[in-house]
Design a protein around this ligand. Structure first.
Ligand SMILES: [Zn+2]
Ligand SMILES: [Zn+2]
Length: 89
């Protein structure tokens, strides 16, 4: 069953990206991609390595890369179960 894997892009699957946790951010947290802090009030995406980035920065990045822009933590090739998806509260 490798037929469909030949031209798979290198980035992270949308399904995986969409399961990443969205968190708020504080004023002194700087996104490593755009160097902006949380002034704008936008949410951040929390990667499994613990780093946070603007959704608008990290989502395009993860389409092309499967590493954390900050620490180069790499998403596993297999579909990952992101921790903390949480039970319905
Ligand atoms: Zn950013
Ligand atoms: Zn990281």
């Amino acid at each position: 069953m490798r037929l469909h894997e030949e031209r798979v892009r290198v980035g992270v699957k949308d399904a995986v990206v969409s399961r990443l946790r969205r968190v708020g951010c504080t004023d002194d947290e700087v996104c490593a991609v755009c160097q902006e802090t949380g002034r704008g009030g936008g949410g951040r995406v929390l990667l499994p390595c613990g780093h946070k980035f603007c959704e608008g920065c990290v989502v395009p990045w993860l389409r092309e890369n499967k590493t954390c822009p900050s620490c180069r933590w790499e998403f596993p090739d297999r579909d990952v179960e992101v921790k903390g998806r949480g039970r319905a509260a």
